[in-house]
Design a protein. Sequence first.
Length: 158
Amino acid sequence: MSTAAGSPADRGTEMETVHLLRRVTVEFGLRQAEFAARHGMHPTDVRALICLLDDARAGTPATAGRLGTRLGLNSAGTTALIDRLERLGHVTRSRDERDRRQVLLTVDARAVELGQAFFGPTLAGMAQLLRTFDDREAAAVRRFLLGAYAALSGETAD
């Protein structure tokens, strides 16, 4: 017997999926904290590196202001974070060639290598799993994740 969309049985399945996403998110957070501890970092440092790498992939200039906004930090907290990442050799600052008043942040290649060594096998496993999905399934997963991100962040999903 099938149930109508929106019925209690469907909502149970929907919530099961939402709770599963939460479990995945918690597990990612635990792995990030483990990585941070191994490399003398704070978990916020790892989140900052992820934000900076996301900006680089998107071709978006990474600035202190943008990073602070994304992490919910004030100016002083953002400066302390960037100073710490720079001291650890994970981030460099450079002047924007188009606007010399603006300072751009770049993740150092060594930091990328550390991240690849730790997270690479897990991410490769996830990519391999996605390759088992047909185009419609993969599109549905992507649409759900973009929508979940938009619901959490208040930003419009791309």
